[in-house]
Design a protein around this ligand. Structure first.
Ligand SMILES: [Zn+2]
Length: 122
């Protein structure tokens, strides 16, 4: 592996911080069901028709945010697992090493810059 112990340690710390941040964000809008499952909170603000409409809208917004946070959390946990398994920093698509600059900017990256660009075009 091209990544030095030092960089790996730095990235791992970043990932752990990011994991805690994502969990904190999730807990604002959702309740933990178990370790990595969250249930979006449905806030009851009133019984009037427009209040109910607001509740549904709020819930829909939270659900979208929650799904996005969960996806990010999964990527972070996945990256941490790969560090443990010494598979970190390898592109999931082409199997090549992910650029260090990319990992520094986004430690949970699953693919190299080239594959990420190709993915966007799909
Ligand atoms: Zn790649």
């Amino acid at each position: 592996m091209a990544l030095s112990e030092e960089i790996l340690k730095e990235l791992k710390e970043k990932l752990i911080i990011e994991k805690e941040r994502l969990k904190k964000e999730l807990r604002k809008i959702a309740q933990p069901v178990d370790d990595d499952e969250y249930k979006t909170i449905y806030e009851d603000i009133g019984e009037e028709k427009d209040e109910n409409a607001t509740e549904v809208q709020m819930y829909a917004n939270r659900l979208a945010v929650k799904e996005d946070l969960e996806r990010q959390l999964k990527d972070v946990e996945n990256a941490l697992k790969k560090i443990e398994e010494h598979k970190y920093g390898i592109c999931e698509k082409c199997g090549k090493e992910i650029e260090i600059e990319r990992l520094k900017a986004y430690p949970a990256a699953k693919t190299c810059i080239r594959c990420a660009r190709e993915n966007q075009g799909e």
